[in-house]
Design a binder for this molecule. Structure first.
Ligand SMILES: O=C(O)CCC(=O)C(=O)O
Ligand SMILES: [Fe+2]
Length: 361
């Protein structure tokens, strides 16, 4: 079995080999290193309590959501209706797979050019451009497991880990619960813009949902590396949970410039991240959130991101209700599949793929 070749590329294997310096392909250029911008910890991502999701309190919830979507493109929700035991179970099965399964077992699920679902380390395709220029892409200090979960026709639990024994059932239940929460949130987000509740979900169409568990092993040189490079998520809405290890940061732009703000790990909350398609649909009234993951030398970190995306054939454009003479369309129509392709070949580099569909003022 050619396991050893594959194993070298897993960040977890590298970390466990006890190296004191990271290999050159993981070293970020100066301007993307974690210390490049100031880090401010006095500010926090807004926290919104969805207990007030009931009709009598909806107005104030909508206002908080509007503010969070304008200022951050991200917010935490509590009392979201997803059983807290399920959030804990999802973290537990994910961690068990990464830490307890021997590498040859994990590699049985390795993803490949032909199958994007499964266990991987390198998300982006090597583009022809990169190969021609011999410019190597800087690698993330991360391993992951990607699950295709919705529509149900894409859900193939036999492609997911068998260990621990409740892994597959946990991922399936988690997928169902996250879909309900994503629908609830898109309804509130629509209403917060004066749109009918179903407006954004109608524009997205049936959800294509993927669940990615990211595992960031301890890193000997955290100042030189990133667990995950700066990006905004490409779909409509991402729901993320993390363990108790810090590492996720959101970019906050305001009068004082750009700052990276650490997203505090909150075990009972779900983090909502608006994606690029929501920015387009809302004609830029709401922004997708640029974020990244840093590493640390001491403790492995785990996160679970649940992405809700349009089907590849869906055409996304700003909704007509938000276009007027005084606020013309800011984005050109995009076929979602074309957007995805450009993202995976060019790489995110912050929000450059979204910038490419912005219309000239
Ligand atoms: O690990 C994290 O907290 C971030 C994960 C993420 O941004 C992603 O998977 O798109
Ligand atoms: Fe992300």
């Amino acid at each position: 079995m050619q396991v050893s070749e594959e194993a070298i590329t897993r960040v977890q294997s590298l970390a466990q080999s006890g190296l004191s310096r990271v290999p050159p392909q993981y070293i970020q250029p100066h301007h993307t290193r974690p210390v490049y911008y100031t880090r401010i910890d006095s500010e926090n991502i807004p926290l919104i309590d969805l207990t007030f999701f009931d009709p009598t309190r909806r107005a104030s919830t909508r206002e908080s959501i509007a503010r969070a979507c304008r200022d951050w493109g991200a917010f935490h929700v509590t009392n979201h209706g997803v059983p807290l035991s399920l959030l804990a179970a999802m973290r537990r099965v994910g961690r068990a797979f990464f830490t307890d399964c021997p590498m040859p077992e994990k590699l049985r699920y390795a993803c490949s050019a032909a199958a994007s679902e499964g266990y991987g380390s390198k998300m982006l395709a090597d583009s022809d451009q990169q190969q021609n220029d011999a410019v190597a892409q800087v690698l993330d200090w991360r391993d992951y497991f990607d699950h295709h979960t919705l529509p149900l026709s894409r859900r193939k639990p036999d492609r997911w880990p068998e260990y621990p024994p409740d892994y597959r059932d946990t991922v399936a239940s988690y997928s169902d619960e996250m879909k309900v929460l994503a629908q609830k949130l898109l309804a509130l987000i629509s209403e917060s813009l004066g749109l009918r509740a179903s407006r954004i979900e109608d524009a997205v169409g049936e959800f294509y949902q993927n669940i990615t568990i990211s595992y960031y092993p301890p890193c000997p040189e955290p100042d030189l590396t990133l667990g995950l490079q700066s990006h905004s998520d490409i779909g409509a809405i991402t729901l993320l949970i993390q363990d108790d290890v810090e590492g996720l940061q959101a970019l906050k732009s305001d009068g004082s410039g750009d700052n990276w703000v650490t997203v505090e790990p909150l075990s009972d909350a779900v983090l909502v991240l608006l994606g690029d398609q929501t920015e387009i649909i809302t004609n830029g009234k709401y922004r997708s959130c640029e974020h990244r993951a840093t590493t640390n030398p001491d403790r492995a970190r785990l996160s679970v991101a649940t992405f809700h995306d349009p089907a590849k054939a869906v055409k996304i454009s700003p909704v007509s209700e938000l276009i007027a003479e005084s606020s013309p369309a800011k984005y050109r129509d995009v076929v979602y599949g074309d957007y995805v392709l450009s993202w995976y070949t060019k790489g995110p580099e912050g929000k450059r793929n979204l910038d490419a569909v912005v219309l000239d003022a």
